[in-house]
Design a protein around this ligand. Structure first.
Ligand SMILES: [Fe+2]
Ligand SMILES: [Fe+2]
Length: 306
């Protein structure tokens, strides 16, 4: 299938080439080289054929177990995210090099997490593999229409993923230093990815604020984590939110607040009429979200974001 790029997005992509190169070089100057095999205590493993998995192997709240399951399966789905990114990336553009680097770094997340999951026995390995097969056969991932949509979505998603890994690590048992440490390493990679996309969106707002305003409003209003193909995703998302790991509250407070304040959408000037409408839509969406978070926090519950 041939994807036709919308003209305006193609222009934005071309105009961002120097910024992509600058941010990619910045990313490379602060390497985070770590080895998945060094994070694991291999000697502590037991064959599942000798001792089948049981929840007592790693006692933990359902929401934390759901979070490890969803976060790992989300990392497993990497081939389709790479495809989603590269379909809007001409091979001669520096964004292609970034996509390769990003894919290479993301690839170690599922590897190290699965090794830890199997050694620590924190997740039922049969449930995990069944979930992986279903999800990857579905190949369900967000498909942003334009390059502006894509960088807005990925900036939000990398930040959300960083928060989800970080908060999951904080909910692990205190004596699982290995799990806490490796989820911290993964969250650190997500932080660097977020910084790349965050600053790329800032450069794009400076070049074409109207296109970016329209894209930002659309992506914020429709934002969902990229794990919707996971069996029972909504049920797991509710558990994860109830545990205070990731839900509407974290999305509003830890993802949207910092990103929107950097985009400074309230002060953008010379917007087209479409972009002015998008700004109003965005303000309305954010106000409704804040009201929901406020209302639910008064009730003492933690809403999910599926
Ligand atoms: Fe990742
Ligand atoms: Fe990432």
């Amino acid at each position: 299938m041939v994807t036709r790029l919308p003209t305006r997005s193609t222009d934005l992509l071309a105009e961002l080439a120097a910024d992509v190169e600058r941010l990619f070089n910045r990313h490379l100057e602060a390497p985070r080289l770590w080895y998945p095999h060094e994070q694991i205590d291999w000697g502590s493993g037991t064959r599942f054929s000798d001792r089948p998995w049981s929840p007592e192997d790693y006692p933990i709240a359902d929401g934390v177990r759901s979070s490890i399951y969803v976060n790992l399966l989300t990392e497993d789905n990497l081939p389709y995210y790479t495809h989603s990114l590269t379909r809007l990336s001409p091979s001669s553009h520096p964004i292609t090099d970034w996509n390769h680097q990003w894919t290479m770094e993301e690839n170690r997340h599922a590897m190290v997490m699965r090794d830890w999951v199997h050694i620590s026995r924190c997740i039922d390995p049969v449930l995990l593999e069944d979930g992986r097969r279903v999800q990857m056969f579905r190949a369900e991932v967000p498909i942003p229409e334009t390059f502006a949509d894509l960088i807005c979505y990925v900036a939000l998603q990398e930040r959300a993923t960083q928060i989800a890994h970080r908060n999951t690590a904080a909910h692990l048992p205190k004596d699982d230093k290995i799990g806490r440490n490796l989820l911290g390493l993964v969250a650190g990679d997500e932080t660097k990815h977020y910084l790349f996309y965050r600053d790329l969106t800032l450069a794009a707002f400076a070049i074409d604020p109207s296109t970016m305003m329209v894209a930002a409003a659309k992506q914020v209003a429709a934002f969902a984590m990229p794990g919707t193909g996971i069996p029972g995703f909504t049920r797991h998302a509710v558990r994860i939110a109830k545990e205070g790991i990731y839900g509407i509250t974290q999305f509003a407070r830890d993802v949207l607040d910092p990103v929107l304040s950097l985009w400074d959408v309230g002060h953008l000037e010379h917007l087209t009429p479409d972009a002015e409408r998008a700004r109003l839509d965005l303000v309305t969406v954010v106000a409704k979200l804040s009201a929901s978070v406020e209302r639910l926090s008064r009730k003492g519950s933690k809403p999910a974001l599926a």
